[in-house]
Design a protein around this ligand. Sequence first.
Ligand code: ATP
Ligand code: MG
Length: 654
Amino acid sequence: MSETLSNLSREERRFEPPADLAAAANVKEDAYERAASDREAFWAEAAERLDWGTKWDQVLDWSNAPFAKWFVGGTLNAAVNCVDRHVDAGNGDKVAIHWVGEPEGDARDITYADLQAEVSRAANALTDLGVAKGDRVAIYMPMIPEVVVSMLACARLGAPHTVVFGGFSADALASRVTDCGAKVIITADGGYRRGSASALKPAVDEAVAKVGDLVEKVVVVRRTGQDVEWDDSRDVWWHDVVGAASPEHEAEMHDSEHPLYVMYTSGTTGQPKGILHTTGGYLTGTSYTHWSVFDLKDDDVYWCTADVGWVTGHSYMVYGPLANGATQVMYEGTPDSPHRGRWWEICEKYGVTIFYTAPTAIRTFMKWGDDIPAKFDLSKIRVLGSVGESINPEAYVWYRKTIGGAGSGGREVPVVDTWWQTETGQIMISPLPGVTAGKPGSAMKALPGIEVDVVNDEAESVGNGNGGYLVIREPWPAMLRTIWGDDQRFKDTYWSRWEGLYFAGDGAKLDEDGDIWLLGRVDDVMNVSGHRLSTTEIESALVSHPKVAEAAVVGASDDTTGQAVCAFVILRETAGDGGADIVEELRKHVQKEIGAIAKPRQIMVVPELPKTRSGKIMRRLLKDIAEHREVGDVTTLADSTVMDLIKGKEGAGA
Ligand code: ATP
Ligand code: MG
């Protein structure tokens, strides 16, 4: 990657911040300047957003780099910051969560006062079950309010939680429980997805059987009422233990560096890593960025559609928004249950003003057609966010127009493309909606207080107009502290490539204005006849064709060119089967958009793509198909049947 990536997209659209939003924005232009002149003072000011038991005496201790300590000597309680202090400030009646179950009509509003009582009860119940400060608790639950209550109860006690995505198998759960040594698992009998009740408890039983005596108690929320196996010595019902507990709980102040949670990365590239986040810095980073990037106001209704089993569900559904005292929507099910307008119906009903989702969802809605969101009143929406992978320019423009096109006076609203990782804990690169212009497909610039750069193999800045490796130059508050139980792996994985630089694994380029375009993981960069091509740009070229909704590109080994571009595409429903010449049409389209070098050798039209729970395409599995290999590990796929669907198409359309 030392040389510039060969293909540079020709995206030239640019959208300035709306004047009224800019005038009232939480964060103004000067924040960049202030942060650059004294980064620690800037983050210390952000930390003042929180309530501290004891104030810190040192903002950052970086003497034992790369092991950071933020707000050294300070104490606080994350649950108190997310709940109690809002009640104490007189906002107990404010809705914290408009919870919407998948079955229609199954909804609940939870105020901050309700949340305080529930979290306190759960903290008391967990204490009675033997959970003490420092013990680990695994949480394997559907998207129901109890998952938030469980996380906050753990945080209150100082018992780090590890939330495992409810779609993962018993094996995946068992390996995470073992790795972090969890003695209690909180789960549910099941949850609703795609129109029916799916079971969770059997996977817990299977996982517990695998891990030996480690797990002492399993707490089960009754959600669906389905039959469950029961072990009296180990299993307890949530409604029994939490229901009977006192709603009063005295919270202890924990050290700023006390572990808050361990989150296993989604495993797009390989063996999951237990990313450790601690308390003071994490809460500072997430609450500040949630407030600044989404320009959060007191009367906003915010909705982040991420599953809680992903880091986005931690930072931008639980800790960031609740620390900010926001009102938010939480939805249990899938976007198409019972109809494909469900999300928009929810936006209309609750008057959602800030909406945060992933490109994969946006492309799915593009595939389904514009007439679906058009049936609903989305006029309250004022900021749209995207996270998880690069947003293809076409998907960005569609999102702005179709979902955000009903702003006041029919105006389109800003889209913030937010780049960050499980490891970074907080958003790192994103426009600020009232300050930064938006360019479709670009995450624009590092937030105030964040120092990123794009470098070559020698760690030299590549400068504007060039591509290279995305690195972070200075520590930031919500940064990971280590990999759970493996400091060496932490150093090797993130800090060993270049002295003093955090390497994130992603490629990026700077345009002539110095704005940042994420180009996907460097492992995915293809080398075709000596040209380095980014998967992201070819995928975006494919998605810019009116018949295409989604595309995934991999480099497959090729005798003549080294690697050849292989593409997998999902068509928009309006395109039918695409017509007899669809493959040729798309190959030509890529040639026209980028150049002959990027023209795919092979294009397969497929019904689905393999994705992780955060909606990322698992290219390594597609590469297995393109290179005619046995398909590798599929345990972190959101839907493991997808590979069979794709393999069924193999040979067709190539
Ligand atoms: P693993 O590290 O186990 O392979 P993962 O990287 O998929 O898993 P996450 O931490 O959820 O797990 O994802 C972070 C990655 O997602 C980033 O490194 C980047 O590749 C991608 N990403 C996230 N947001 C964006 C964005 N706005 N633009 C481009 N890429 C993004
Ligand atoms: Mg990663």
